[in-house]
Design a protein around this ligand. Sequence first.
Ligand code: SF4
Length: 272
Amino acid sequence: MSKKLITKDEFIKNIGKLFDEEVVKMRSEESYLQARFRASGIADCPRALTLQLLNLPEDKYPRAKNDTAKGFKLMQHGTDIHTFIQKVLIHMGLMTEDDLEEQKRIQDDEKYLLSGHPDGVLTLKDMKCLLEIKSINSGGYKYLKEPKIAHFYQGHTYLAFLEMQYGLKLAGIIFLYAERENDDMGFKPFWIPRDQKVIDMVFDKLLSMRATLESGKIEEIPAGYDPTNKKMIPCRWCPFNNTKLCRSGKNKISEFPEANIVANIQIQEKNV
Ligand code: SF4
């Protein structure tokens, strides 16, 4: 695709703004290609997850502030930290190139409509387990005493799909939290054994959301959630918390004519 060139003066004057615009554009193209439930969001609100799967154009349905260039730049910063840690662990002989996310990408397009990128498999003397690297700011790092709940469910989702897709039966997960803003990069590692009950909950949630979409609906606002409450987490931070998306009151896919839902969902609209 040919791109519009800019002059030296335009570069000097506008590179910050142009860079941010391109970051958002690239991210939106990536999201379009990955219109699946994401393992990283498996603990999220089901209404947010089904809205995300509609893959609505962002010019007509703008997301709230989270989907900004700042958020994506931060994510890239985290990715760089992951790559560095993986490189050192490979050098230590605890991982191989074959254990990394590029080789162990998760994608289930048939039943669960899920995609994800586990950070890798660790081979220790006494076991093989999943490694999940999380970069975290210093404030969060200081008070961290256990893996975050979203990461706990994400890790179990990876365990389940690594077993299904690659036949890898792993004993559990080591979460390695790295302090992002410390040049010396402190670590807090946590061990979580595999729990089949959690894996079953993940499968149930995925199948239930799929069934909702197949019946032509989007998940309702779950009990206990309140998008109008500015203090409430997770609604406060939710990218779908606006009047065009979550607060639109719409519960049918047909009410979003621009929805570009993954092709293998056969929608049978039922009266709501
Ligand atoms: S605003 Fe709250 S209820 Fe609505 S989709 Fe987001 S998290 Fe769910």
